[in-house]
Design a protein around this ligand. Structure first.
Ligand SMILES: Cc1cc2nc3c(=O)[nH]c(=O)nc-3n(C[C@H](O)[C@H](O)[C@H](O)COP(=O)(O)O)c2cc1C
Length: 210
């Protein structure tokens, strides 16, 4: 599938084929694509929990206000941010050129050390990019997805036994669609979202096509 087609055809699907299962190789492929997303200083400040077990999915579904896609999808991927990734950069710098290792290590600690809010912001950025990669890769694999934040993060962390520094920031259901998504609606126009050269210069106008 072409990239533009994957972007255009990615929709939030709510009805999944309950009988379909994802293979280990397919899970690996999705996580490989997630891991190829860019992160600040290559911190890879994330952890992924791939849930296929029916009991775990049922528990997550409850924690997600009973949104049925969580029970029905073949895979529920929980993307957690790693708020301590900056404390130990030796993992992500292990293959870096020697001259960069010390410099990056110092910069990472200086930038994020003692700044919990920035570490959380960074984790949200990283998980967002990773999540989008997962959703587009899923389209390429003929699957559909639904990104979700409608869940109780405390309950999800408990079910998955996530430690405090790995808050669940995003959930993505992945599977074979049983019903297409609703018709797309409400895409804002160019002049509502795009400024040219400085904020408020609305030179581009007209509807953005879905
Ligand atoms: C961060 C985020 C959280 C979302 N949470 C939910 C959710 O909890 N439940 C749900 O059904 N859809 C959820 N969605 C899907 C949005 O409603 C959907 O992306 C939006 O309406 C646009 O539709 P589309 O994804 O089909 O283009 C979420 C999407 C994002 C990006």
């Amino acid at each position: 599938m072409e990239l533009l087609e994957a972007i255009q055809s990615r929709r939030s699907v709510k009805k999944f084929d309950k009988s379909h299962e994802l293979t280990d190789d397919e899970v690996r492929q999705l996580i490989r694509c997630a891991s190829l997303a860019p992160t600040s200083f290559n911190m890879q400040n994330w952890q992924f929990v791939a849930v296929r077990d029916a009991g775990q999915k049922t528990a997550l579904c409850k924690a997600a206000w009973n949104q049925e896609q969580v029970c029905d999808a073949a895979l529920v991927l929980v993307l957690a941010g790693d708020l301590k990734a900056h404390e130990d950069s030796s993992r992500t710098l292990r293959d870096a050129p020697d001259e960069l290792t010390e410099m990056f290590d110092g910069m990472i600690k200086q930038f994020y050390g003692g700044n919990e809010s920035l570490a959380l912001q960074e984790a949200c950025r990283s998980v967002g990019f990773a999540g989008q990669n997962v959703m587009l890769a899923a389209r390429d694999m003929d699957y559909d997805t639904c990104a979700m934040i409608g869940f109780d993060p405390k309950a999800v962390a408990e079910i998955l036994e996530l430690p405090e520094h790995l808050p669940p920031l995003l959930m993505i259901t992945v599977g074979r669609a049983a019903e297409p998504a609703r018709k797309r609606w409400g895409l804002l126009d160019y002049e509502e979202v795009l400024s040219l050269d400085k904020y408020g210069e609305r030179s581009f106008t007209g509807p953005i096509q879905g």
